[in-house]
Design a protein around this ligand. Structure first.
Ligand code: GLC
Ligand code: CA
Length: 542
């Protein structure tokens, strides 16, 4: 495998609206991010993935773009963006932009022009269909945010497609003009010195709507190759696709060397394990054995070809420590355990803002406290279909995207130090106990632990390129594996439970071995008789 800079990089995701507000309007912004670059540089991250900052009516917090070449005023100006790029670069940090091109905002110039008439030159930038003879929508296709994926347009008497909200009309990727526009826009950003793109719901652009195909359509990979060749292909950038239904086979199509598509994709197989039959509003308990099986499968399948991205959470998902760890008594310890397991797998790790201090899910008591369009839409859809308020509120507390979107907790000052004004969404009330200042001042700092993990990646090539071998695969509480490269053999062992576990790792204990990093002071001298305390984790060099 040819070495690439993003193989040994660590990415930090910023959701700008919730990161740091520099001017007291309650909304995080670019200058807020600039003021925290030292915090990120010290953590040791190489890349920032910036969720959308483009001009947008903010129906979906910026994933509905009305101008790809302008910055939303609430986030700042293009000068602020250029300053952010330059200052980040000085600190050795690249910025990956979020590329949302499955759809635009309905307030984008293209869509406004498309709506003028059926003969508008922009009409075919979007997906229009006639009503059925009875006037109903062209198909039963549902929107990912609930309700129909078709919206009637009165003036021109046709339906348009929106796989997300009706303010997010889908672009028509069967139209070569759309390719040209998108490619030109991408090159415009590349010329500004960005580090790459995170491609939003990219698996949807090959859709064949009349055949009922949305994800992984037949034209998807040719379109990506074409995009690669027209834009970032010869630029050495990091590109990561959001691909909800990717299997390892599909992931290899995207990320194998020589295919000229993407660096890597986000797969969600481990995430959806805690959903019942793919329904996130019916949360299920974590089955660690199944979880290990999924992650192991991905490690082994992408061993020679392709590349994994590694993440526990993002702006669409609940907080990792609440979902897979313990956000009560063992918060600090389980946050470090999760970090250990993730960062030592083979792939590029992603840290979601606040994860590095163990931020938790929020528990909102009232529906009004939620702001997310998906959350509010589904509350309506499901309660109208008979699910009780209580059941739905419990599901939201577990899986609402707003869990990840409460403001970053910087200090125990008002509003967690996020803003001097009233934040656009309430701060998690636990900010007085969970914030960067307290964490970094503590002997048990999670931030310091992440720093150490990132440093380990720099020091041991086995962390980046080592072969992965799972251990104790049948165990339902302990996740353990080896990473081997040349002289380096690393053992990662983690107790994923709140119980003590006695375990034999099933490998011979070498005469001499050392602990490189751990969240515990238990004795690791005998790998055949380990007594792990709740959430104990360690990286050992054998
Ligand atoms: C992706 C984004 C999500 C957004 C959706 C529509 O899944 O991560 O936040 O709502 O695409 O753009
Ligand atoms: Ca602001």
């Amino acid at each position: 495998m040819e070495k690439r800079w993003w193989h040994n990089s660590v990415v930090y995701q910023i959701y700008p609206r919730s990161f740091c507000d520099s001017n007291g309007d309650g909304i995080g912004d670019l200058n807020g991010i600039r003021s925290k670059l030292d915090y990120l540089a010290e953590l040791g991250v190489d890349v920032i993935w910036l969720s959308p900052v483009y001009q947008s009516p903010m129906d979906d917090n910026g994933y509905d773009i009305s101008d790809y070449k302008a910055i939303a005023p609430e986030f700042g100006t293009m000068e602020d963006m250029e300053a952010l790029l330059a200052e980040a670069k000085e600190k050795g940090i690249k910025i990956v932009m979020d590329l949302v091109v499955n759809h635009t905002s309905d307030e984008h110039e293209w869509f406004k022009r498309a709506c003028e008439s059926r003969t508008s030159p922009y009409r075919d930038y979007y997906v229009w269909r006639d009503a059925k003879p009875d006037g109903s929508a062209p198909s039963d296709l549902g929107s990912i945010f609930g309700g129909s994926a078709w919206e009637w347009h009165e003036l021109t008497q046709q339906y348009y497609l929106h796989l997300f909200s009706k303010k997010q009309p889908d672009l028509n990727w069967e139209n070569p003009k759309v390719h040209d526009e998108v490619h030109a826009m991408m090159n415009w950003w590349i010329d500004r010195g960005i580090g790459g793109f995170r491609l939003d719901v990219i698996d949807l652009i090959g859709k064949e709507i009349d055949n009922g195909i949305t994800g992984n359509g037949p034209r998807l990979h040719p379109l990506l190759k074409q995009m690669n060749n027209a834009t970032f292909g010869d630029k050495d950038l990091l590109t990561v696709g959001e691909t909800w239904d990717a299997t390892p086979e599909i992931a290899k199509l995207y990320s194998a060397e020589g295919r000229e598509e993407l660096s890597m994709v986000f797969q969600f197989e481990h995430i959806t394990l805690t959903w019942t039959n793919g329904d996130k509003w019916k949360p299920a308990a974590l089955d660690l054995k199944a979880f290990k099986q999924v992650l192991t499968k991905w490690q082994l399948e992408l061993k020679e070809t392709g590349w994994n991205s590694l993440f526990w959470n993002n702006h669409d998902l609940p907080r990792a420590v609440s979902k897979y760890g313990n956000d009560g008594q063992h918060r600090v310890k389980s946050a470090k355990m999760l970090a250990t397991v993730l960062h030592c797998l083979k792939g590029t790790p992603y840290i979601y803002q606040g994860e590095e201090i163990g931020m938790t899910n929020v528990k909102f008591d009232h529906l009004e406290q939620y702001k997310d369009i998906e959350t509010l839409n589904f509350y309506k859809v499901r309660t109208e279909a008979g699910v009780s308020h209580e059941e739905m509120m419990a599901a939201l507390a577990e899986n609402s995207r707003d869990n990840a979107r409460t403001p970053m907790q910087w200090s125990n000052e008002a509003n967690a130090g996020f803003s001097t004004g009233e934040p656009w969404i309430e701060v998690n009330p636990n900010y007085t106990a969970v914030n960067t200042e307290l964490d970094r001042a503590s002997d048990e700092s999670i931030y310091e632990y992440y720093k150490a993990l990132i440093a380990l990646r720099r020091e041991y090539e086995a962390v980046v390129y080592g072969d992965f071998t799972p251990l104790v695969e049948e165990h339902d509480k302990v996740f353990a594996y080896l990473r081997q490269r040349g002289e380096q053999t690393l053992l990662v062992v983690a107790n994923f439970s709140d119980e003590s576990v006695d375990i034999d790792l099933g490998i011979e204990t070498p005469d001499k071995h050392s602990t490189l990093l751990s969240n515990t002071n238990i004795d690791f001298s005998d790998l055949n008789h380990l007594s792990l305390q709740p959430y104990d984790a360690a990286v050992l060099r054998l």
